[in-house]
Design a protein around this ligand. Structure first.
Ligand code: CA
Ligand code: CA
Length: 404
């Protein structure tokens, strides 16, 4: 499948032609070349640092974004929620209990309460009850027990403006750092009187980034948030995220149990469709009317399947006493990347992680092997908790193309 690929113009002088035979001049190569990469724009796949260098440092802190840039990321990804005073900050959840040390702050003990977020009743401390000044007294904590805990509480919560400023400060004439914000729980934020979208548009315009070519991608799970942004004059690249609940390890098919069966705005509207309706040709065509790409969970592109015993139970193939992705193998890829490209949409898949239990057995405990399998399919970008691994895998992939 990679046979017709020629390498990018920038490195054409080092190329040996694929398939042997006569080697055309580099000029001819460029003129007759198929796209060097199978991506929609012919460029190498984009490495997005998901929540910053979240594999190493408490996610969505300034330090996590600085580290991601040091590791070579092309883009840094914040989730955007609102403070009580309407400031957009980077946190994955409105409930600060999940990713901060708010429970260690007795001065805020009386703000603990229960709140419904996207249909789920949660108890904790909610960003909409705190001013930015108050939130700046909190520290971020690791959200994953398998990852480093020694930085917990040390790093402050960062505003979206600070992230924009960081990306600009770290960009050079040869390396532009993009930002990749997500409107998080947009229906919820609108319902509590702290809508995200207009503030986001104002900040992007003030940054001078309101165009398709600017170093910014705006993403959301909720189509209505992206449609609103577009209708209000946001001209950046827009990405429709596509989730699912889980994978059925017997069949490799994705499962769609609430609340991960559909975007929350569809649930509120009584829309019967599921996320899976977004990846049909009709679904992709509709997304193309308001967005530039899709951000699917990666099993939509290459799913996995477990091995089952005669008793119907999934086998612990590697014998480590646990059943997880390391006991499953990858299935042949779907046509989603090709279908999306045909519709004119780029594809950025999530989330790539280094932990062994998250790597299917056929990649032999090598996270780079997983990235390369997806890069070879023409994936346009990856959301990664370990940007350095994504970059290293991309370097190997480029070398692999050059060797063809
Ligand atoms: Ca996100
Ligand atoms: Ca196992």
């Amino acid at each position: 499948m990679l046979k017709p690929i020629l390498i990018s113009i920038a490195v054409a002088s080092t190329l040996t032609a694929c398939g042997g035979g006569s080697i055309p001049s580099s000029t001819t190569l460029v003129q007759t070349a198929a796209k060097p990469f199978l991506t929609l724009n012919g460029q190498q796949p984009l490495v997005v640092a998901h929540r910053g260098a979240s594999g190493y440092i408490p996610e969505e802190t300034y330090e996590a974004y600085v580290r991601a840039i040091e590791l070579g990321a092309d883009a840094i990804e914040p989730d955007l929620i609102s403070t009580k005073d309407g400031v957009l900050i980077a946190r994955h959840d409105p409930n600060l209990a999940y990713s901060t040390d708010v429970d260690k702050h007795p001065e805020f003990a009386n703000r603990k309460r229960t709140q419904v977020v996207d249909g789920e009743s949660q108890t904790g401390w909610f960003a909409s009850d705190f001013t930015l000044a108050e939130i700046k007294t909190l520290g971020g904590i690791s959200t994953d027990a398998e990852r480093p805990q020694q930085f917990n509480g040390q790093y402050k919560i960062v505003t979206f403006q600070e992230i924009i400023d960081l990306a600009k400060a770290k960009s050079t004439s040869t390396r532009v750092i993009a930002v990749y914000p997500e409107t998080k729980n947009p229906t919820y934020h609108r319902a509590i009187g702290l809508p995200l979208e207009d503030k986001l548009i104002d900040m992007i315009k003030a940054a001078g980034w309101n165009s398709k070519t600017a170093p910014i991608y705006v993403q959301s799970f909720e189509p209505s948030s992206l449609k609103y942004l577009k209708s209000k004059g946001l001209n950046t690249k827009l990405i429709q995220l596509i989730d699912a609940d889980d994978v059925d390890m017997k069949t490799g098919k994705l499962t769609f149990a609430a609340p991960y069966d559909k975007p929350y705005d569809w649930a509120v509207a009584g829309d019967k469709r599921l996320f899976s309706d977004m990846v049909t040709p009709a679904g992709l065509a509709e997304i193309k009317t308001y967005a530039d790409g899709i951000g699917p969970w990666k099993p939509y592109i290459m799913s996995v399947k477990g091995t089952f015993g005669a008793d119907g139970k999934q086998l612990d193939v590697n014998g480590d006493g646990k059943i997880n992705y390391a006991d499953a193998t990858s299935l042949p890829p779907t046509t989603l990347i090709a279908d999306a490209h045909k519709a004119g949409l780029m594809v950025h898949a999530y989330t790539f992680r280094n932990e062994s239990r998250r790597i299917p057995a056929d990649f032999k405990n090598d996270p780079k092997a997983e990235y390369k399998a997806f890069y070879r399919l023409g994936l346009d970008g990856v959301f990664s908790d370990f940007a350095d691994t994504a970059i290293a895998a991309r370097t190997e992939y480029v070398q692999e193309l050059q060797a063809k």
